[in-house]
Design a protein around this ligand. Structure first.
Ligand SMILES: Nc1ncnc2c1ncn2[C@@H]1O[C@H](COP(=O)(O)OP(=O)(O)O)[C@@H](O)[C@H]1O
Ligand SMILES: [Mg+2]
Length: 233
């Protein structure tokens, strides 16, 4: 199966610190690729590099058959890369509906918010006119995912979506991620520290430590391969 995203040999520095060391990975349509690692190993830096939010020093990023490492974040988003940032980054003073419309910013102005987003996250429908800042953390996370889905991306990148969120909403988010993958028209890259959540969803996994990928394999082998111990705090 051809890769939706193919990342090869990325190096990245903050000042003199070598933050990403020769990172390579692939994501596939219809599959969830899980990236696990403790705090500070470089997960967010990697995801921001994929989106073009921080420049890479060397390496290549192919997305949907084209090299994108020189493209702007805007061009990558327009090309079909969707990003749910760590901490959600909801616009607190905008309404839920306006936040969703931000996800369509690079589409023609008449593009409607896809109604199916309200089926995936019914709570958003009830709260359309509330301000983003008035939502609970879990509701904001659902809004951040829906905002990323609004332009119908081919790749959805999520940075620790379970962080600080109550268990019932974590379950809902897990169900949505599985369903999106199973439809077969999207690849998902899920970055997590929460092992059980990641393991349940993983078709493929990678583990990072100090900026390097130290283990990878099929999701079904995670337990046998001792990944739980690798990321235990
Ligand atoms: N803007 C920045 N400037 C300098 N160092 C940073 C910056 N952001 C993160 N770092 C450092 O880079 C390393 C990786 O951070 P990060 O990518 O946020 O890790 P993770 O998402 O896995 O917790 C950490 O050592 C962190 O302190
Ligand atoms: Mg992070």
């Amino acid at each position: 199966m051809t890769a939706m995203l193919s990342v090869k040999n990325i190096h990245q520095y903050y000042g003199g610190s070598h933050i990403l060391r020769d990172v390579s990975l692939e994501t596939r349509l219809g599959k969830v690729t899980v990236l696990l690692g403790r705090n500070g190993v470089g997960k967010t830096t990697l995801l921001k590099s994929l989106m073009g939010l921080v420049p890479i020093k060397s390496g290549t990023i192919d997305f949907d058959g084209a090299a994108v490492q020189k493209k702007t974040p805007y061009e990558r988003a327009r090309g079909g890369m969707g990003f749910v940032p760590q901490g959600r980054e909801i616009f607190a003073r905008l309404t839920v509906e306006e936040n969703l419309r931000m996800g369509l910013a690079y589409k023609p102005g008449s593009t409607p918010v896809p109604p199916e987003l309200y089926e995936l996250f019914p709570v958003l429908k009830q709260m359309l006119n509330r301000r983003g800042g008035d939502l609970s953390g879990g509701q904001q996370q659902q809004l951040a995912i829906a905002r990323a889905l609004a332009p119908k991306p081919k790749l959805l990148i999520l940075d620790e979506p379970t962080e600080g969120i109550q268990p019932s909403i974590i379950k809902d988010i897990g169900r949505v991620i599985r369903m999106l993958a199973d439809r077969g028209d999207m690849a998902i890259l899920l970055c997590e520290q929460y092992y059980d959540f990641a393991q349940e969803l993983a078709d493929d996994y990678l583990v990072m430590e100090r900026g390097e990928v130290i283990a990878r394999g099929a999701g079904k082998d995670m337990e046998a391969n001792g990944v739980r111990q690798l990321v235990a705090i």
